[in-house]
Design a protein around this ligand. Sequence first.
Ligand code: F6R
Length: 258
Amino acid sequence: MFYVFPTDGDIARFVSAQIIQLISSHERLVLGLATGSTMKPVYGQLIKDFERERPSLQHVHCFNLDEYIGLPAEHPQTYAAYMQQYLYSHMPFVPEQLHLPCGKDWPDEQQCLDFSRQIQKLGGIDLQLLGIGTNGHIGFNEPGTSFEQRTHVVALSEQTRRDNSRFFTNKDEMPTHAVTLGLKDIIESRQIFLLATGEQKAQIMGELQRSVITEDLPASILKKHPHTAILVDEAAAQELDPAQCKDASVLLEKIEVS
Ligand code: F6R
């Protein structure tokens, strides 16, 4: 179901409140996390809410969706660096709780599958956060990826390389490959939030709403999942059919009173 929020800040407040609630109510919690510009307001809000509520984090594990291959470990655009900057350095996690696919050296099939297995060993992902690429990718599962794939190495599409080169001062440094959690791993999560904000996501959200379930549009796999909520701001909702969307004020009211 698509929920339309007034702004990306409202989405951030809602998602952060859900995460704090899960941390406080679960004895063991596995979070699946994404990077990218969509997630920055969410992590900013989560840091603030965490400061206020101070729940224990000892029982929480975080798994990241993806990582570029080939960037030097100290490069500021690795997703490991992103997570440190926008979330992990602000919260009292110990390294054993934080799991990122390793893209430093080209991971072999076994190393990739071990990442999926680590998630399973910890009981599976309770809440997976996803952004969406303008080509419909989730994680770095590009159009055409099998729904049966677990963690694997991908060649990034031209569109993704063009979109993401905005983060690189030297565009030539934009990687050609990445390692990503597979669609099979993602769809096994107990609950999923897909977030889309800004007018640059309006077209793909319209396509996603109209689409059948097809490997040509990776995010369409979420239509199979009974506990997925698609959270969009008004800018990203411009091409959605309002009759198939819910106003998010009901969700926001819930967090106002709690
Ligand atoms: C990042 C990831 C990607 C992004 C997507 C949207 O970890 O998995 O799927 O979520 O490319 O990126 P932004 O938010 O930068 O538009």
